[in-house]
Ligand binder design. Structure first.
Ligand code: CA
Length: 418
């Protein structure tokens, strides 16, 4: 299998290869906000590419690339957005000289990633989070319910989810304060108020909805891919002590809505297609509206690091998107089966993705088994949960037959309580 080469130098472990061309929005000292893609160590300014005539056959208004968010661009539809991506693949191919030989244009179009700031890529209308990893749901069920009946009776029939909060979803690189709230320690009869003590990460991915539906309309598993624009890395920060006290009977509330972190680049579903893999055999059989055909899972390697202040990052777990029991197509079909409408820019979290091996658990809750087994970091310090001033970073990538693409980073730092 031949590997696609570019005239841009791309490092062996680069996330931004000829197979990727994700979409994001950047800002710099010169530019307030331009839609962009990425290759090697560079950001590609799509507004400037359009302005300089490189998209002339695509009939695009350059202003669609001069917006704070990608929503309007994504709303043009996959025919257009895929044509833009395919044009990028063509333009950066080693055999193509259009931009390669125009150093003046390159100066305007290509910016060092280290010289720009990536912004939140979409205006998120609604954010939904699922609970679709069987190992995660089983671990949590064992810990807080019954080891013999870890999964709730509905779990293998419904892609369980809840409505989260979009206002506090921030792009990678942000900080936030340790949340405060009510907790009910086991040794007290009344609840107490104060800073959360059991602050956790959740290793997730999320997908961005790329096509709207009207109320009353449902998306089938067969058509779902038309509605999935692409994926990002996602850390759904959680306050376990607040969660344990508040979640009955309506589910998590303040334990989840104080902060969530997304990576800045949306990797398109089309870029991810070569990395499709078989899904779980779902037993018992799911209801017909959840049945699907083909390989709909994805082999996306994931890893997570904790970096204490003034110290080195330690890898604390690895996981893989392929451990998802429910596919994105099933999640979307289920989300809309009642006629609930979705909009361009809606964000759907996978739920914590854990694998079967203890090194593949996607939260501190599981890694430290509810705080009973502290884990050791590379600097010798121990963690049961996340400490003040820790930085947590998720990385994700796909690799197969000489092809590689990655998601960039999803990183955020926890500050002490306000
Ligand atoms: Ca979650």
């Amino acid at each position: 299998m031949s590997t696609k080469q570019s005239w841009i130098e791309i490092g062996t472990n680069s996330d931004f290869t000829m197979y990727n061309f994700p979409f994001g929005v950047y800002s710099s000292s010169q530019t307030q906000h331009h839609a962009s893609s990425a290759i090697g160590d560079y950001v590609i300014d799509l507004y400037e590419l359009c302005e300089l005539g490189y998209f002339k056959n695509l009939n695009l208004d350059k202003q669609v690339f001069n917006k704070e968010f990608l929503n309007d661009f994504i709303s043009l539809g996959k025919t257009t957005t895929n044509a833009v991506r395919n044009r990028l693949i063509e333009l950066f191919d080693s055999a193509n000289t259009e931009l390669k030989n125009n150093l003046e244009h390159q100066k305007v179009i290509l910016l060092k990633q280290t010289d720009v700031k990536m912004l939140l890529p979409v205006r998120i209308g609604d954010y939904t989070d699922f609970y679709s990893s069987i190992d995660h749901a089983t671990n949590i069920g064992k810990m807080i319910r019954d080891p013999e009946n870890a999964l709730m009776p509905n779990w293998k029939h419904i892609p369980v989810g809840y409505h989260g909060r979009a206002s506090s979803v921030k792009v990678s690189g942000h900080t936030f304060h340790r949340p405060k709230g009510q907790q009910k320690p086991a040794d007290t009869t009344a609840p107490v108020y104060g800073p959360c003590k059991l602050l956790d990460f959740e290793l997730e991915t999320a997908f961005v909805v790329g096509k709207k539906t009207e109320m009353g309309e449902s998306i089938s598993t067969k058509n779902a891919d038309e509605y999935i624009f692409g994926m990002l890395l996602f850390n759904d920060w959680s306050a376990r002590d607040i969660q344990t006290w508040e979640y009955v009977p309506l589910g998590p509330f303040l334990s989840k809505n104080f902060a969530s972190t997304v990576s800045p680049w949306i990797v398109t579903l089309e870029a991810l297609e070569p990395f499709r893999t078989k899904g779980y055999i779902q037993e018992p059989k799911v209801l017909p509206y959840l049945e699907y055909e083909g390989d709909k899972n994805l082999d996306i390697k994931l890893e997570l690091f904790i970096q204490p202040e003034n110290s080195v990052p330690s890898k604390v777990c690895t996981s893989n998107y392929k451990y998802m029991y429910w596919t994105m197509e099933q999640q979307l079909a289920h989300h809309t089966v009642n006629g609930c409408n979705v909009n361009v820019g809606d964000l759907m979290g996978s739920g914590t993705i854990s694998g079967p091996d203890p090194s593949e658990f996607g939260s501190m809750m599981e890694l430290s088994w509810k705080g009973t087994k502290p884990i050791k970091l590379d600097d010798g310090s121990e963690r049961k949960f996340i400490n003040d001033n820790d930085t947590v970073t998720i990385k994700g990538w796909c690799e197969k037959d000489g092809m590689r693409l990655g998601f960039g980073e999803c990183t955020a730092k926890l500050l002490p309580a306000n």
